[in-house]
Write a protein that binds this ligand. Structure first.
Ligand code: UT7
Length: 335
């Protein structure tokens, strides 16, 4: 086969039931619904409750539902890649755990970490296996239980994050749909502004790291904000120029959901209308790797075959990038 493209042929997500509202957060830290809505644009986020439930718990549900929805048996899956910053354990990979739980036995699986850019980095990586002609069914699962690394005594980070998982099936196509192009960047110096201080090989867990709360997200909000606004827009505008996509030709921008103001600034730079942007940050917050699949899943029934879509993300690393794809099926039929 020549000119094989990888296309998303199914999507499924899973979110926990519990809704942590701004009003509840205001009983935990000195904040208010008004401040959070004005500065971030989040009303509530989902939190996974219950003992011994890690990211694989949500990932399993997302993948199981995806296989059911697409009529794919676990035996048919050849590769599964999981992206997460909250793996169940340091090792084995969360992908291995999800494979076992779902019954994916004839495949190999591994994890990728690119923080909030995890979904787009992993989607592109998975697409390369399809484009090689050697793979016909690859699953990407994005799952993050951000509540486990969020400090609910720190008002500068705790309103931001939520828990969720999303999964997509990638298959080959010879039609003019699927993943067309990507523009990805990394700047490792950004690690100083957004990271988790301890728990890795540089600074293993100890009594001190626990007492100093070094197992939570550390973020210099304003610095990250400035980078996110300019970098996410840069690569999205560059993608439009590279493929001669006029604002009116773009069906959807699917941005990482970190802050409503970042999303709006990106859309403004691209010259597109708010109606062309998928936004659900208000209801889920920043679910890290899961934000983009969560949008595609919620908007699935409005997607049409051939729709021009740009995915864009910025996150820890720093990592950022955009993907240009043409949607592969009429979403109404699949919902
Ligand atoms: O997805 C990964 C990438 N992450 C991002 O893209 C996040 C980027 N950053 C942001 O979204 C924003 O920087 C934040 C939402 C984290 C913070 O918003 P900000 O407008 O940059 O606020 P700030 O940090 O400049 O703080 C302004 C004020 C401070 O008070 P003073 O020093 O001016 O008196 C903060 O202490 O707001 C205060 N503040 C709060 N007040 C009420 C910070 N957090 C809160 C809060 N409630 N939750």
């Amino acid at each position: 086969m020549e000119n094989i493209r990888a296309s998303i042929t199914g999507i499924n997500c899973w979110v926990p039931e519990y809704r942590l509202s701004n009003d509840e957060l205001a009983t935990m830290v000195d904040t208010s619904d008004e401040w959070i809505m004005q500065r971030i644009g989040i009303k509530e986020r989902r939190i996974l409750k219950g003992e011994a439930r890690g990211s694989s718990y949500m990932g399993e549900k997302a993948v199981r539902g995806l296989l059911e929805k697409t009529g794919t048996s676990p035996e048919e899956v050849e590769l599964m890649i999981c992206t997460t910053v909250t793996p169940d354990r340091m090792f084995p990979a969360t992908a291995n755990i999800i494979s076992d739980k779902v019954g994916i036995k004839n495949a190999w699986s591994f994890d990728m970490n690119a923080a909030c850019s995890g979904f787009i980095y992993t989607l592109e990586t998975a697409a390369k296996f399809i484009e090689s002609g050697q793979y016909e069914k690859v699953v990407v699962v994005a799952t993050d239980k951000m509540s486990t690394i969020t400090d609910y005594t720190d008002r500068t980070t705790c309103p931001l994050f939520g828990d969720a998982a999303g999964a997509v099936l990638l298959e080959p196509t010879n039609e003019d749909v699927g993943i067309v192009d990507h523009i990805f960047r990394t700047d490792g110096y950004g690690r100083h502004h957004l990271h988790m201080k301890a728990g890795g090989s540089e600074r293993p867990a100890s009594f001190e790291t626990l007492m100093d709360k070094e197992h939570f997200i550390y973020q210099e909000g304003q610095t990250v904000f400035k980078f996110a606004v300019s970098k996410m827009a840069d690569v999205s505008v560059e993608m439009m120029h590279k493929h001669n996509i006029a604002p009116e030709d773009l069906a959807w921008l699917v941005p990482h959901q970190a802050n409503m103001r970042i999303i709006e600034a990106t859309a403004r730079r691209m010259g597109i209308k708010k109606e062309q942007v998928m936004i659900n940050i208000t209801r889920y917050g920043n679910t890290t790797t899961a934000t983009i699949p969560l949008c595609l899943w919620e908007w699935e029934d409005q997607l049409n075959k051939g729709d021009n879509i740009i995915l864009a993300a910025f996150g820890g690393g720093f990592t950022w990038g955009s993907i240009y794809l043409k949607w592969a099926y009429d979403g109404k039929k699949n919902k």
